[in-house]
Write a new protein. Structure first.
Length: 532
């Protein structure tokens, strides 16, 4: 009997190992095939967007030597001679790139909205609500979210009244200084340590003075506005200086790793100088600042994506709020409150099956649903921002619900029982035990769903959104276009220049936004997983 079991076990093990090896090889081959194909497609789009095919071989040789030599030398020094510097060098190199992405988002927001609106709503509503929330949270008061939300709502109503009769419009860069620099100064000061108030005050003063200099001095030396200079200062220099201060204060010997942005910047400048010196012709760049800040045009050289970028920002704001609140709320009810027995339990199972089925419905069907529900039934405008946002919210709502359900379901039931055993109510258990452990999965699923929504085209076409608009939307009832719609229009243009160069520039911009959103999802997931 024992020999039979051993033989059967050996035979089963042999078959499993063989099949496992074959499956692993096939999976690896399929993965590499997909990566290579996507890489080639992305490379072709990038070449067209930046006009790299127009550059001469001498230009590439100069750029490669000028940029590659210093970068390789520094990388060899970091990886071979000082391995402890790798993490510092990598983080210091990534921080400016992330800061530039954040600066782009802030710049779009400050271009959309009047600075006076930011000033009033921030001062009267946002700042008091955040301060009350942090104060109660520090005192471990469970009413912190409710009281903070109430203060914010009252402040929002008061700000809406004040906006109409505030007589003096503050200087734009002073508004930005108040709205952005002061919170950063407080944040950095609080992170600097509680052992020395003088140290905190010094850091806060340095940041405020730096913001003043950024708003007053940089516009005179660099061709940027005060708003852009302060945004760049806050998005790039403040996080970089903060991290540098932490590294120097904790382990001063790792300071050479902080030189990576300077090395990369100097190498890039040297590469451009050598490329322009040696090469006869450089690339014909289409994805530039003019493209990102200009409206659509019938001339390819003057065409831009700015109204579509603003439209996508408006739409994704509505989608994020509606899908997160409704989706997470529905997931909490289905997992924690919905009955599981009797006729109501049968209804709960039917709802769950239908939610799962709705996740596979084609996006064009949701466009028709938005057209029939919001435009025809409720009488909203055709192709406006609000209808576009609500339609795309319906599109990703099943995905958000399913991902939130899986995240909540992954929390062990023993944790819930332990909370009940301590005397907590069901809502206290959900708020203080379940949601903190489920929030990484909830945020990841939500942001990935938003990445899908920002790239959708068919639902927007169904609700009558324009493929091209020449002015950015100002309110939620304005006519709107989005980046995918504008790229779709350029792809079928009669002029070949739009199809071959302008459309790839729009594709790279859209991919950059989507990759940034995915990077945020990964960062939030890792951060909350470390906390939990």
């Amino acid at each position: 009997m024992a020999e039979t079991d051993v033989d059967a076990g050996v035979g089963f093990t042999g078959v499993s190992r063989l099949r496992g090896k074959v499956f692993a090889l096939l999976a690896r081959a399929a993965s590499w095939f997909g990566i290579v194909v996507l890489g080639l497609l992305l490379a072709l789009v990038v070449v067209d967007a930046f006009g790299l095919a127009a550059a001469s071989s001498g230009w590439y040789a100069g750029a490669l030597v000028g940029f590659g030599a210093p970068t390789l030398i520094y990388a060899w020094y970091v990886t071979r001679t000082r391995p402890a510097l790798r993490s510092v060098a990598a983080r210091t190199a990534v921080l400016p790139l992330a800061g530039l992405v954040m600066a782009g988002g802030l710049a779009v927001l400050f271009v959309i909205f009047e600075p006076l609106l930011w000033f009033v709503y921030y001062t009267v509503s946002v700042l008091p609500a955040v301060l009350v929330f942090l104060l109660l949270r520090r005192q471990e008061d469970s009413r912190a979210p409710l009281v903070g939300g109430f203060v914010g709502a009252v402040g929002f109503a008061a700000a809406s009244v004040l906006v109409g009769w505030v007589p003096i419009k503050p200087v734009t860069w002073l508004i930005l200084l108040w709205v952005l620099v002061v919170p950063f100064a407080s944040l950095v000061a609080s992170r600097a340590g509680t052992d020395s108030r003088n140290r905190q005050s010094t850091i806060a003063g340095i940041i405020v003075v730096g913001g003043i200099l950024a708003g007053a001095v940089l516009p005179r030396s660099v061709a940027v506005s005060p708003e852009v200079s302060i945004i760049l200062y806050l998005s790039v220099l403040v996080p970089l200086g903060w991290y540098a201060g932490l590294v120097v204060s904790r382990e001063r010997r790792r300071w050479p790793g902080l030189l990576s942005p300077l090395v990369l910047g100097a190498a890039g400048w040297l590469g451009l100088v050598l490329a322009d010196t040696i090469g006869r012709q450089g690339p014909d760049v289409w994805l530039d600042w003019q493209f990102l800040t200009s409206a659509a045009s019938t001339f390819p050289e003057q065409a831009g994506l700015f109204p579509a970028i603003v439209g996508s920002v408006f739409i994704i704001d509505i989608v994020a709020v509606v899908s997160f609140v409704v989706g997470v709320g529905a997931a909490i009810y289905l997992e924690e409150y919905a009955p599981t027995t009797g006729y109501t339990g049968l209804l709960t199972r039917v709802i769950r099956v239908n939610v799962a089925n709705l996740a596979g419905v084609p996006s064009v069907v949701y466009g028709l649903l938005g057209l029939g529900l919001f435009v025809n039934l409720l009488g909203m405008g055709l192709g406006i921002v609000l209808v576009a946002g609500l339609t795309l919210s319906l599109l990703i709502l099943p995905i958000v619900i399913i991902s939130a359900q899986e995240a909540i379901r992954s929390v062990p039931n023993d944790v819930r029982q332990a909370s009940y055993g301590m005397g907590a109510t069901k809502w206290q258990t959900i708020r203080n035990v379940v949601l903190p452990r489920a929030i990484p999965g909830i945020l990841t699923g939500t942001i990935l769903a938003l990445s899908r929504a920002i790239g959708e085209t068919a639902p927007l076409l169904m609700i009558g959104a324009a493929t091209t608009v020449f002015a950015a939307p100002e309110t939620f009832t304005s006519q709107v276009s989005a980046m995918p719609l504008q790229v779709f229009y350029w792809s079928f243009s009669v002029k070949s220049t739009f199809r071959e160069f302008v459309a790839p520039a729009g594709v790279v911009t859209l991919l950059g936004v989507m990759l940034s959103m995915n990077a945020i999802a990964i960062y939030l997931r890792n951060r909350y997983e470390q906390r939990t």
